[in-house]
Every structure is written in structure tokens, then in C-alpha cells.
Ligand binder design. Structure first.
Ligand SMILES: [Zn+2]
Ligand SMILES: [Zn+2]
Length: 271
């Protein structure tokens, strides 16, 4: 059994209404031993709706500390964050991660060329292939401009929002982007960072967790070892989503361990 969920949101994220306590109670019910909150911090997120994806880290840290103490006999709580990376944010992101004692930091591409691919606007002047390529290129660029994270989040998040996706379930194939994806994976590995298995892909009906198994397999071939597992839950009922599928998936690809993080250091857990 996977004993830790390392990608979890609460109402500190502007797209979640779930108080931390509700997420924790659910994690305990599910038998998790570790729960790492990774609320959204997307500095300079384009203003398109009410979401600004910014929260007060002082309040967050204080609340987590209280809850950590309160629940310490039932579950270990960790203070993480999901940073929305953009190449021009190096200074702000560096000062943020130096200011707070995060146990774990996810770096994610949510905004590419000033637009979240979630919005149709991203796809207006691009083909499907161009949109996907630009997304993968953003990962390389973001890694080069900022290294203050531990793992890169949901590597193929873009695929959720490709126009026409829901009708066709046409995902994408590693081979269509092989050279670029290899560069993405090699860049992540070369900086000593890892990737995550993000089971929200199952929730979105894609039929796989992010990233596609063939990409995870290539990561392993290229020497990648560091993997965390997260549901990306924004509600209690989505915690540890389809985690029962993960051990077989990862073992089938040759992995024996996944990682959890405490005080920024990986701890290897047996699959
Ligand atoms: Zn994300
Ligand atoms: Zn997330």
C-alpha cells in the first residue's frame, strides 16, 4: 500500500474549498501515514477569473504546525507547496523557498506564454502539436531558470486540455515528441530533481496517471530514480485517488521504491 499522498490541496488554494482538517480526517480514514499539503502558489498568474493562486505562507505554516501537533499520533503532516514556475520568476521564487522551511516543493508548469492551457485562448493560434510542444519546452526553460524544487509536477498536464480530448480520448504518444521529452527528462535528472506520479489523470478519465507510463519508463531508462506519488486532490473524496493502481504500475516499469520528503530530504519507501 502507498502510505503517503504528496500532492494535496486545501482551501489555502484558491480553487479548493476543503479545510485542512477535512483532508486530514479523510487521510486517516484511508490509513495514510503521511500527508503533505502542497497548496498553489502561482505568482503572476494571469488575471482571468477570481483565482489568484496566492496564499499567506505565514498563516499556512502556523496552522500546519498546530495541526501537526494535534494529529501527530495518527498521521505525519508535512508542509509542502506547489509552485507555478515561469522563467521570469526566479528571484521571487528563490526568496520564497529560502524564507520558509518547506518539507517538499513541487515545481509545475501551469502558465505557458502567459496563459494557462486550461483556457481555450491557449489553443487559439496553435495546433495541438504546437501547444503540446510549447508546454514541454516550458518545463526545460523553467528548470534552467529555477532549481529550488524537488520534483516536477504532472509532466503532461497539458494533455487534459487539448481541444477535442474528451470525445476522442486521443492522448498523445511518447514517440511523437521523443526528442523533446528526452530533453525534458534529461534536464530534470541532470539537476537532481524527480518527477511525480499524479493520479489525477485517472480522475480526468485519461486512463493513465500523469505522465503516461511510456514517459515514466523512459525516465527510468535515462537514469531517473526519484519519484513521488500524489493525487492532486482538491476535495477529501479525491485523496489517494486510485493509489491501488500505482504499485503494480511502478513495479512493472522496474521501480522498487518511491520517495517521501521530510525537511527537503528524500526518504525511500518500498513499493
Ligand atoms: Zn498543478
Ligand atoms: Zn496541484
Amino acid at each position: 500500500m502507498i502510505i503517503a499522498d504528496y500532492h494535496v490541496h486545501s482551501d489555502f488554494s484558491s480553487d479548493s474549498k476543503a479545510p485542512m482538517e477535512q483532508m486530514i480526517e479523510q487521510a486517516i480514514r484511508l490509513g495514510l501515514k503521511k500527508l503533505c499539503f502542497t497548496d498553489h502558489m502561482d505568482i503572476d498568474y494571469p488575471q482571468v477569473n477570481d483565482h489568484n493562486f496566492i496564499f499567506d505562507v505565514d498563516v499556512y505554516g502556523k496552522k500546519l504546525l498546530e495541526l501537526k501537533e494535534h494529529y501527530h499520533k495518527q498521521i505525519e503532516l508535512l508542509m509542502g507547496i506547489e509552485l507555478g514556475l515561469q522563467p521570469h520568476l526566479t528571484t521571487q521564487l528563490s526568496s520564497l523557498v529560502n524564507q520558509y522551511p518547506f518539507d517538499f516543493i513541487i515545481g509545475s508548469s501551469h502558465v505557458v506564454d502567459h496563459v494557462d492551457p486550461y483556457y481555450p485562448q491557449y489553443w487559439e493560434n496553435r495546433t495541438k502539436k504546437e501547444g503540446i510542444q510549447l508546454y514541454f519546452e516550458s518545463i526545460i526553460e523553467n528548470c534552467k531558470s529555477f532549481q529550488g524544487f524537488h520534483i516536477y509536477g504532472h509532466l503532461d498536464y497539458i494533455i487534459r486540455y487539448v481541444p477535442g480530448q474528451s470525445e476522442t480520448k486521443a492522448t498523445y504518444s511518447y514517440s511523437d515528441y521523443a526528442e523533446l521529452l528526452d530533453e525534458v527528462l534529461k534536464t530534470i535528472i541532470s539537476y537532481g530533481k524527480g518527477i511525480e506520479i499524479n493520479t489525477a489523470g485517472y480522475k480526468y478519465g485519461l486512463g493513465f496517471a500523469h505522465p503516461k507510463p511510456e514517459v515514466i519508463s523512459r525516465y527510468k531508462e535515462l537514469g531517473g530514480e526519484l519519484i513521488t506519488i500524489g493525487s492532486d486532490a482538491h476535495k477529501p473524496e479525491h485523496l489517494a485517488y486510485d493509489f491501488n493502481l500505482v504499485p503494480e504500475l511502478l513495479k512493472g516499469l522496474g521501480f522498487r521504491y518511491y520517495a517521501t520528503f521530510v525537511q527537503g530530504k528524500p526518504i525511500y519507501e518500498k513499493l
